[in-house]
Write a protein that binds this ligand. Structure first.
Ligand code: AP5
Length: 226
């Protein structure tokens, strides 16, 4: 399936955006752009960006728009983004969405296709408490739903599985509050643009994957492009 546009996965923490974004990006052979992963990478490398983002992320707050936009703009200028990309965790504020609209227009892309993942708070808390991520390749696991074959070890590359610092219950509470306040209004923003699809994220990984496939198929033009 050829993408040729921006696909945006919108949804609360733990809704499964990253899990599905990796799959769709691989299927469409376009980059998976997770601003959270970009910040975590900067933190682990100890760059200036990482030093700035670390305390903000540990509090469960949002990194300021200017910093996020600089990082995203730089990433989108790379050649691998020429035929579209899957955003996971971006945009997160109306200001970011407006800036993204201008960038997409300038780069010759049409309207993005936005998928809102919906999941109740109890399920979010359960999923985040059970999430383990590969420190090497970023593969996502869940000790309850998608456990690795060997505890603590990534099936794919043998990397060590770690828990995210911001998955502590008190930080998750802040992240959820931040989602309600800053990010949820984006659903209405994109609904008005006519680009919003909604998905029930409480289903299994395979069922959500299937529902996403249906959305993408519906959005596909006769030339096979989305
Ligand atoms: P970020 O990394 O983007 O975190 P998030 O949006 O809070 O989302 P998560 O990664 O926690 O969840 P997910 O929806 O990807 O779920 P996953 O697939 O892992 O952001 C982190 C921080 O960075 C922010 O708080 C902020 O500080 C900063 N930041 C990032 N972007 C920013 C921006 N644009 N502006 C400002 N600040 C920004 O799945 C979760 C678990 O559930 C896993 O264990 C998985 O195995 C399991 N699971 C997934 N799907 C299913 C399913 N269908 N059924 C059962 N289990 C499932």
């Amino acid at each position: 399936m050829a993408l040729d546009r921006a696909l945006i996965f919108l949804g609360p923490p733990g809704a499964g955006k990253g899990t599905q974004a990796k799959r769709v990006a691989a299927r469409c052979q376009v980059p998976h752009l997770s601003t959270g992963d970009m910040f975590r990478d900067a933190v682990s490398r100890g760059t200036e960006l990482g030093r700035l983002a670390k305390p903000i992320m540990e509090r469960g707050e949002l990194v300021p728009d200017e910093i996020v936009m600089g990082m995203v703009q730089e990433r989108l200028a790379r050649p691998d983004c020429a035929h579209g990309f899957v955003f996971d965790g971006f945009p997160r504020t109306i200001a970011q969405a407006e800036r993204l609209d201008a960038i997409l227009k300038k780069q010759g892309f049409g309207l993005p296709l936005v998928v809102e993942f919906r999941l109740c708070e109890a399920a979010i808390i359960r999923r985040l408490a059970g999430r383990w991520t590969c420190a090497v390749g970023g593969e996502i696991y869940n000790i309850n739903e998608q456990p690795p074959r060997v505890p603590g070890v990534c099936d794919r590359d043998g990397g060590k599985l770690v828990q995210r610092a911001d998955d502590k219950p008190e930080v998750v509470k802040e992240r959820l509050a931040s989602y309600e306040r800053h990010t949820k209004p984006l659903a209405e923003y994109y609904r008005r643009e006519g680009a919003l699809e909604v998905i029930d994220a409480s289903a299994s990984v395979e069922m959500v994957d299937c529902a996403l496939g249906e959305i993408l198929k519906r959005a596909q033009g006769r030339d096979g492009h989305l």
